[in-house]
Write a protein of this length. Structure first.
Lengths: 138, 251
């Protein structure tokens, strides 16, 4: 029998999936708004919603940890148990990895996949084109 | 229901539930259902989730423990016709011979309590947070339950640490059978809700012991029905119901 709060290795992996899924859902909301005019590739993405990999208890535990983290950040007078501190460290580590994978747009702060050429929200160019760099270097 | 009572809900003494089956009234009389008995029921409630293909399979079992509690606390029944001159209660282990559907319904009637649906204005009280319940409790007419409305529970404001305890109780679970394919078994949050109730309750209105209103916090903690504790404290922590009244009624 596993306590999700104490299984920090799986909890970290589930948290990474949790953050990715949250971003995916945000993207899907945007896509759904545009679905009437969506291209085939977008329609295929809509139909391919990812399932969750781990048992439900891990995601419930992550939701709890994010709730108490937010309470603490807002100045609530709460104390954490040792298992919560370790679990929270695992979730924060997953968030750091997620943020590395999804750097914010310098103009509007929207998270974009690492390597994306343009911001998915404001269209800001995120990666300078190779040709532009070559021209600049010439 | 046989009408709303303006008298106090008697927490002590025997407790009847009554219903009809095909027009025939049946009444089950229980000894007082103690908090220990409710805790046994809560401990027996099973909520499990398991991955099932692309989706999740949710398994709920509220009934097994409830039927066991009914059998353990049933003192007598009224309305069953004697066969060959033998009353049902004269049969050994007669509680187990009663139809499962009747026992289940009796158990469900013992749980007839909920947040009041009456239109109330929320007034600000700097000292207390108020929760109002309605309950069906007891029966004086065969086939009908007596309804009590406006049962008030007043709580001291919860601390931030108590909110955290509540959220933790909601999230407690165990995973059996592996982290990927395993079943998630949710914890028994009702026990923690009762602890929170005992910590936070200040006053109640509408209940009695020995015909007298509950007078002190200590008396409330000791005498209040376990299920009424759970329902009222859960409502205290619950997110507001923002569903428009018309939609609720139509649902």
């Amino acid at each position: 029998m596993i306590s999700p709060l104490r299984d920090t290795v799986t909890l970290r992996a589930a948290a990474l999936e949790f953050f990715r899924l949250a971003l995916y859902e945000e993207e899907m909301e945007e896509l759904t708004r545009r679905v009437r005019h969506a291209q085939n590739a977008d329609r295929a993405r809509l139909a391919r919603e990812p399932g969750l990999t781990y048992a439900d208890g891990y995601y419930v535990a992550i939701d709890y940890l994010l709730t108490i983290e937010e309470m603490k950040e807002q100045g609530c007078d709460i104390t954490f148990r040792i298992d919560e501190l370790r679990a929270l460290a695992a979730v924060r580590s997953a968030r750091t990895e997620f943020q590395r994978e999804h750097p914010p747009c310098p103009r509007c702060s929207t998270l974009n996949a690492l390597g994306a050429q343009r911001c998915r929200k404001c269209g800001e160019q995120l990666i300078k084109m190779k040709t532009q760099r070559m021209q600049a270097g010439a | 229901m046989e009408g709303t009572q303006s008298v106090l809900l008697p927490l002590d003494g025997e407790r009847a539930v009554s219903f009809t089956d095909r027009g025939h009234a049946l009444t089950f009389i229980f000894r007082r259902i103690t908090q220990a008995e409710w805790l046994k029921v809560f401990a027996g409630v099973c909520v499990e989730k398991q991955k099932d293909g692309e989706g999740q399979l949710l398994t709920l079992d509220f009934d097994s423990a409830l039927v066991s509690m009914v059998e353990a606390n049933l003192v007598r029944v009224e309305g069953y016709k004697a066969k060959d001159g033998v009353e049902i209660t004269a049969i050994p282990n007669w509680q187990q011979r009663i139809r499962p559907g009747h026992k289940l319904l009796a158990g469900q009637l013992l749980q007839s309590v909920g947040v009041s649906d009456s239109d109330r204005e929320y007034s600000f009280d700097s000292e207390h947070d108020e929760v109002v319940l309605d309950a069906a409790w007891g029966s004086s007419t065969p086939g009908k339950m007596t309804e009590y409305r406006g049962l008030i529970h007043r709580f001291k404001p919860a601390t931030e640490q108590q909110y955290k305890r509540y959220y933790r109780a909601l999230s407690e679970s165990r995973v059996v059978g592996g982290s990927r394919t395993g079943r998630t078994i949710y914890g028994n949050r009702r026990t923690i809700l009762i602890e929170l109730y005992d910590d936070l309750i200040a006053e109640v209105d509408g209940y009695s012991i020995g015909g007298q209103p509950l007078a002190s916090r200590e008396q409330i903690v000791q005498e209040m029905d376990g299920l009424h504790k759970v329902i009222s404290i859960a409502e205290l922590f619950a997110a507001p119901d923002t569903t428009p009244k018309e939609e609720t009624a139509a649902a």
